[in-house]
Write a protein that binds this ligand. Structure first.
Ligand SMILES: NC(=O)c1ccc[n+]([C@@H]2O[C@H](COP(=O)([O-])OP(=O)(O)OC[C@H]3O[C@@H](n4cnc5c(N)ncnc54)[C@H](OP(=O)(O)O)[C@@H]3O)[C@@H](O)[C@H]2O)c1
Length: 341
């Protein structure tokens, strides 16, 4: 039976990407769309590329009647979902794309986001939304916290390697790059064309918010505290994300471990040994591609992971999680090929 979904924050980039995916989904239909400043507008006026679709008008979240809706995607800024989750109807499931439920510890949430976690009673039952490692939890969950985009890019290779013990948990370096859509659509001086074009900059150096999630999940995978060096960069492209990871370990063992870990994963491709993945080869798809290269430094390995931040880094992954939560085929609506060039 077709599942009815709402998209909260449909006038943002990840919201629009959810609409694009669900428009081609065989088992979902869009019942409601929300916005804040753009409430009352037609989706076609906010996103003319979606003009051909028959979509509900944007309305405020408060105005949505959730009674006939099976699942809501929440593509909102962090800080809004604790209150929503505490008052939402019992039948409703939620995939939250924000950071509000990603951290299992209230102090960590406060430290990284500067806010009190006001729904800690719900937190233990929230699934961490990386299906490749938490599939069963997600299938049973009422709320799933989609991972951060840098986090998905980094964890898809690193969790299997730490679990298997084929890389040393100390001294891991994650050098990451993001396209500008990662910052969302709300106006922001730092993402103006003239600030980004023909440039390249590191940001959040030594203190990016995704470090909290990385610490949490990498430590769980290793069974001991793990802290990685992580530096994100903003690059002048619209979509795309890459993590270039340096670690101590044998490259062949690393490659074998990743091939085995992801052999049944519909959306993770481990390339043949020595091949280098590119962001252009995953754009518009829900795929993560991983390459393993032997470093010239003895006993070190370079692992490169790429995905589309709006797809496997956000909305594609959200639909993958929703498919599991709704008892649908995990791949439904997500098998589109990448766009190239
Ligand atoms: N962009 C990415 O690549 C990416 C990747 C992974 C995770 N995420 C996370 O996904 C969430 C959405 O990101 P985005 O890039 O889509 O952001 P965005 O483009 O800035 O869109 C934000 C959406 O939230 C709505 N909104 C803003 N403030 C609101 C409020 N106080 N009450 C109700 N609605 C409000 C906006 O409505 P108006 O347009 O009407 O103001 C818009 O629809 C964020 O938590 C982000 O961290 C983003």
């Amino acid at each position: 039976m077709t599942k009815s979904v709402a998209i909260l924050g449909a006038s943002g980039y990840t919201g629009a990407e959810l609409v694009r995916i669900i428009a081609g989904h065989p088992d979902m239909e869009i019942a409601a769309l929300s916005a804040d400043r753009k409430a009352g507008m037609a989706m076609a006026d906010v996103f003319p590329h979606l003009r051909h679709l028959d979509l509900p008008e944007l309305q405020t979240m408060d105005a949505i009647d959730f009674s006939g809706i099976d699942l809501a995607f929440a593509a909102l800024p962090h800080g809004l979902m604790h209150a929503f989750a505490k008052s939402m109807p019992d039948h409703l499931k939620v995939v939250d794309l924000s950071a509000d439920f990603r951290l299992r510890d209230a102090d960590a949430y406060k430290a990284w986001y500067g806010l009190d976690h006001t729904a800690m009673d719900l937190q233990p039952d929230v699934a961490f939304g990386l299906p490749e490692f938490y599939r069963d939890d997600i299938a049973d969950a009422r709320i799933t916290a989609n991972t951060g985009c840098y986090v998905a890019t980094t964890l898809l290779p690193l969790i299997p390697l730490l679990r298997a013990g084929v890389i040393a948990p100390q001294g891991i370096v994650v050098d990451a790059k993001s396209g500008v859509s990662g910052a969302g659509r709300a106006p922001n001086e730092a993402t103006l064309f003239s600030e980004v074009n023909e440039g390249f900059k590191a940001y959040g150096v030594g203190a990016h918010r995704h470090m909290g999630e990385l610490d949490q999940e990498l430590s769980l995978a290793a069974g001991r505290p793990v802290t990685v060096s992580f530096t994100p960069h903003l690059v002048p492209m619209t979509r795309g994300m890459q993590a270039t990871i340096y670690a101590a370990g044998d490259a062949n063992a690393v490659h074998d471990t990743l091939v085995a870990a992801h052999q049944d994963a519909a959306f993770v491709d481990v390339l043949p040994m020595g091949e280098v993945p590119q962001v252009q080869h995953v754009r518009g798809s829900n795929r993560c591609r991983i390459g393993v290269i032997k470093d010239r430094v003895k006993d070190r390995v370079i692992v490169i992971s790429v995905l589309d931040n709006l797809m496997k880094g956000a909305s594609g992954q959200a639909v993958q999680n929703a498919n599991l939560m709704l008892g649908l085929d995990e791949r439904a609506g997500l098998m589109m090929a990448p766009m190239f060039p």
